[in-house]
Design a protein around this ligand. Structure first.
Ligand code: AMP
Ligand code: GLY
Length: 424
């Protein structure tokens, strides 16, 4: 069967790479893809927001499955459009993807089904929000309701910062319509982890846990990014914690959504705070995490395509997943200046040499191939991934490979995995 993967990031590179290994797969097509994806898939230059062209491509190519990587096309209804013309799609409907697209919807669902999360209130005008902040005190968290490219969450140390955050979102309209409503919520403390479950509307199968590093600089300092590195397993999520997360968070969510006539199909990504009282939900995403996906796919020993098809067909209860016992760790290399402004078009060398070592894969994100040269065209550009018997070994191998990448215009954190390694 032909498979179409939608997206152009490191996440999609790792999905294409894993799907291409399936005995069921005859060809992987990727739209729009990138220079690295072109090594495992046929790239077609259609953007992720051109939904009509993506549906037409899937139909012309007679693909057996479309795997939708990013949240944008999910929230905009690509899965629904494909389903309407009889093409199988891995990813939730627009209505179910609102679990990521509307923080208010997600919080109301949690309240209704007793899913542990931060206490909150929703507001569609600034005065009420400020009054609530005054009554609650700081630290407190202000969030734009809609999608804001990962920037719509403001952690406020004091009340003045929180009032300013409300003005920024609601009066200055910094995130446009995404900030027409806000969620103001309790600041939670603990260790963060990313938890993924594959869901078929009724059943859910947990994947191995992973943890990412969102802050741009070593020691988890500086502004947040999409993720500067990740590793799996995440020691903070042992098998007992994994069971609690499934029982207390994931299963009540999918059962609740099914009961509400809004069944969830696809990958459900829970951003969690592991607190003294147990796991609490920070947010849901309707997609795989990037770069968590790169680490997780490096450990998957089962056939990914079979898994995704079982989810679409409602047959997840017939699947048992196998994982490598090895650990995996991904170091993101980003363009100098990211997450602020950065240069585009700088040349990257040494990739072949860096990837020679066994157990090392470089997943591309913002890269382009021009006349035999690989250039950087995005903020996060490469995900250098290694497997090893321990996180420490995977870390060592990943950084040895990073050292071989010759890209003066890029940078990376030097401490990915430190929390797991510190735990011993
Ligand atoms: P989000 O975009 O919702 O994942 O938020 C981005 C980051 O903000 C999370 O990864 C957390 O580090 C932090 N965050 C969000 N909500 C809270 C909260 N209620 N308490 C503490 N930290 C939070
Ligand atoms: N790495 C976090 C995310 O993909 O949202």
């Amino acid at each position: 069967m032909k498979v179409l993967v939608v997206g152009s990031g490191g996440r999609e590179h790792s999905l294409c790479w894993a799907i291409a290994k399936s005995t069921k797969c005859t060809e992987v097509i990727c739209a729009p893809g990138n220079a690295g994806i072109a090594n495992v898939a046929r790239c077609v230059d259609i953007g992720v927001d051109d939904l009509a062209a993506l549906v037409a491509l899937a139909a012309t190519e007679k693909v057996g499955l479309v795997v939708i990587g990013p949240e944008g096309p999910l929230v905009d209804g690509l899965a629904d459009m494909l389903q309407a013309v009889g093409i199988k799609a891995f990813g939730p409907s627009a209505k179910a993807a609102a679990i990521e697209g509307s923080k208010g919807m997600m919080k109301d669902l949690c309240a209704h089904y007793y899913i542990p999360t931060a206490d909150y209130a929703r507001f569609d005008e600034p005065d009420g929000a400020k009054e609530y902040i005054r009554s609650r005190g700081a630290p407190i968290v202000v969030k734009a309701d809609g999608l804001a490219a990962g920037k719509g969450v403001i952690l406020c140390r004091n009340e003045n910062e929180a009032y300013a955050a409300i003005d920024h979102i609601m009066i200055e309209e910094a995130f446009g319509h995404a900030g027409a409503e806000v969620v103001v919520e309790e600041f939670m403390t603990g260790e963060e982890a990313s938890f993924f479950a594959i869901v078929d509307g009724e059943h859910a199968l947990p994947l191995v846990a992973a943890q990412d590093h969102k802050a741009v600089f070593d020691g988890d300092e500086g502004p947040n990014t999409g993720g500067m590195g990740a590793y799996s397993p995440a020691p903070v999520v042992d098998s007992e914690m994994s069971k609690r997360i499934m029982d207390e968070i994931i299963l009540p969510t999918i059962q609740g959504m099914a009961r509400d006539g809004n069944p969830y199909k696809g990958v459900l990504f829970a951003g969690l705070m592991i607190t003294d009282t147990g796991p609490r939900l920070i947010e849901y995403n309707a997609r795989f995490g990037d770069p968590e996906c790169q680490a997780i796919m490096s450990r998957l020993a089962s056939d990914l395509l079979e898994l995704l098809l079982a989810a679409v067909d409602g047959k997840l209860d017939q699947i048992e997943l196998k994982w490598s016992k090895d650990s995996a760790l991904t170091v993101v290399m980003a363009a100098n200046g990211y997450p602020g402004d950065y240069k585009k078009g700088t040349e990257i060398k040494g990739l072949e040499e860096a990837e020679k070592q066994a157990g090392v894969h470089i997943f591309h994100a913002g890269t382009k191939s021009e006349k035999g040269r690989i250039t950087a065209v995005g903020g996060r550009v490469l995900g250098v991934t290694a497997t090893g018997k321990t996180i420490e070994e995977a870390q060592k191998k990943a950084y040895e490979a990073v050292a071989k990448v010759d890209w003066p215009d890029g940078f990376n954190r030097t401490d990915i995995g430190w929390r797991a390694i510190d735990r011993g």
